[in-house]
Design a protein around this ligand. Structure first.
Ligand code: ZN
Ligand code: ZN
Length: 81
């Protein structure tokens, strides 16, 4: 808590990139937002992952099949359009 309002320092309105995080089904590629509180895939019943099992990178690209950081295969599905 600061006592005086600093007029010299402007509060920079940064572009707050709030990256949405997702839970991803490694079996069928289904995904949901982490705020949806889904633990298991509603399509196939597989447990959803919200981070890469190898490098713990959070899932921010729900359509990704591979982890962008370590390259681990995340989704096993082959029948993508
Ligand atoms: Zn699934
Ligand atoms: Zn990874």
């Amino acid at each position: 808590m600061w006592s005086a309002m600093s007029t010299s320092q402007e509060v920079h309105n940064k572009h707050q990139v709030v990256q949405e995080r997702y839970r991803l089904c490694g079996s069928c590629g289904n995904f949901c937002g982490v705020s949806e509180n889904q633990v298991y895939c509603i399509v196939c019943g597989e447990k959803l992952m919200e981070e890469c099992p190898q490098c713990r990178e959070p899932i921010v690209y729900p359509t990704a099949r591979f982890c962008p950081v370590c390259g681990r295969l995340l989704v096993q599905v082959q029948n993508l359009p």
